[in-house]
Design a protein around this ligand. Structure first.
Ligand SMILES: NC(=O)c1ccc[n+]([C@@H]2O[C@H](COP(=O)([O-])OP(=O)(O)OC[C@H]3O[C@@H](n4cnc5c(N)ncnc54)[C@H](O)[C@@H]3O)[C@@H](O)[C@H]2O)c1
Ligand SMILES: O=c1ccn([C@@H]2O[C@H](COP(=O)(O)OP(=O)(O)O[C@H]3O[C@H](CO)[C@H](O)[C@H](O)[C@H]3O)[C@@H](O)[C@H]2O)c(=O)[nH]1
Length: 334
């Protein structure tokens, strides 16, 4: 590692942000977290990281953190993440994901922070023209969540052109799994993500798992997604950080996925295999707005950053998610 960097992690008490905090510490950097705990948990932040309770739009607070902690770069995870909720309440998403990102970017620029890594999403593509989908393909989001993130990507692009500032927008595909040492994992209350629901069901926290749609244009008729282990994703953030600092003239928009996918049935089969039990599957109709298949073309992040996944193995992703779900049960009952 080169320089030790002070990194402001917004949303660092959430699922992915808490893993980025661990990855930064493991890589010898110094994370400082700001989180308003709307969906995150104070206990999810590693003990070695400084924590500030607050909102990313509180520019007075963010400015003082940047100054007092000598912040070099921002990893921006804070946001609202539930796609169906964004359809019902779009203004919440345009406020929390777009307007508040605008405020954070403004505070960063005015306080002299020169680098930002942004949590974007495969939802910016909408229904992709081809699969695997490449970064330069059309972005036509089909829900306000995707639009709210795409608008932030656009702000970053324009700000980087106008100021001494570069960024990396990482478009995550389906994030899953947990820290291999079970230091963190997905703790979201009322989660809607398939694997989280499946491990909850496997541990008896739910009676069954719904399969949304069995008539998709895929091999077994269920939706196919590119599941990426959260620790591989966190590692990509650390590499992106170091790349932004090393080459401040260059910004990046990159897919984060494995480049291949699994159907809903294959994910549930993996949970059955790992637990040696059978999940109760309820066949249901399609969920609104779900594409048949969403797979990343990940050549750009590999070529540019030399990123290589360490956990591209569905059974291992399930094992880590299960280990965390058990630990979470203990934390919640303590
Ligand atoms: N989970 C996924 O599959 C996925 C996929 C693509 C993109 N993303 C993006 O990754 C980021 C992290 O997602 P996650 O799954 O960890 O969700 P999460 O809900 O676990 O984490 C979000 C964190 O941000 C905090 N937060 C929200 N609004 C805030 C605000 N205004 N000020 C301060 N803190 C605030 C929450 O309390 C929480 O700790 C999000 O921006 C999300 O859109 C997630
Ligand atoms: O109980 C469930 C939950 C999901 N699914 C299916 O499982 C697949 C994955 O669904 P998730 O809800 O786990 O994830 P999404 O693909 O809808 O969305 C996630 O991945 C997207 C990119 O791929 C975006 O990044 C988005 O933010 C993130 O939530 C879909 O085919 C969905 O229909 C079920 O069958 N049953």
């Amino acid at each position: 590692m080169g320089q030790k960097l002070n990194v402001l992690v917004t949303g660092g008490a959430g699922y992915i942000g808490s893993h980025a905090v661990l990855a930064l510490i493991d890589a010898g950097h110094r994370p400082v977290v700001i989180d308003n705990l709307v969906t995150g948990f104070r206990w999810a932040v590693a003990e070695d990281a400084r924590f500030y309770y607050g909102d990313i739009s509180d520019s007075v607070l963010v400015e003082s953190i940047i100054r007092d902690e000598h912040i070099d770069a921002i990893m921006h995870f804070a946001g609202s993440v539930v796609v169906p909720e964004s359809v019902e309440n779009p203004l919440k998403y345009y406020n929390n994901n777009t307007a508040k990102s605008r405020s954070l970017i403004e505070t960063a620029v005015s306080s002299g922070v020169k680098h930002m890594i942004f949590s974007s999403t495969a939802a910016t593509y909408g229904i992709p023209e081809t699969s695997p989908v490449r970064e330069d393909m059309a972005t036509k989001p089909i829900n306000p969540y995707g639009t709210s993130k795409l608008m932030t990507e656009m702000m970053l692009r324009d700000v980087a052109a106008a100021h001494d500032f570069n960024y990396c927008a990482l478009r995550y595909f389906n994030v899953a799994g947990a820290d291999p040492l079970a230091r963190s994992g997905q703790s979201t209350v009322g989660a809607t993500h398939l694997l989280k629901i499946a491990v909850e069901a496997a541990l008896g926290k739910r009676d069954s798992v719904s399969v949304f749609g069995t008539d998709y244009a895929t091999e077994d008729g269920t939706g196919v997604r590119d599941y990426i282990h959260v620790s591989d994703l966190a590692a990509a953030h650390v590499i992106a950080l170091e790349a932004l600092v090393a080459d401040p003239a260059r910004s990046h928009t990159l897919n984060c996925g494995y480049g291949h996918g699994y159907s809903v049935m294959q994910v549930l089969d993996a949970v059955d295999r790992v637990t040696n039990k059978k999940l109760d599957r309820k066949m249901e109709g399609r969920r609104a707005g779900d594409p048949d298949s969403l797979i990343s073309d990940n050549r750009a992040i590999k070529d540019r950053f030399g990123w290589e996944p360490r956990f591209d193995n569905l059974d291992q992703i399930v094992q880590h998610a299960l280990a965390w779900e058990r630990r979470l049960t203990d934390i919640q009952s303590a």
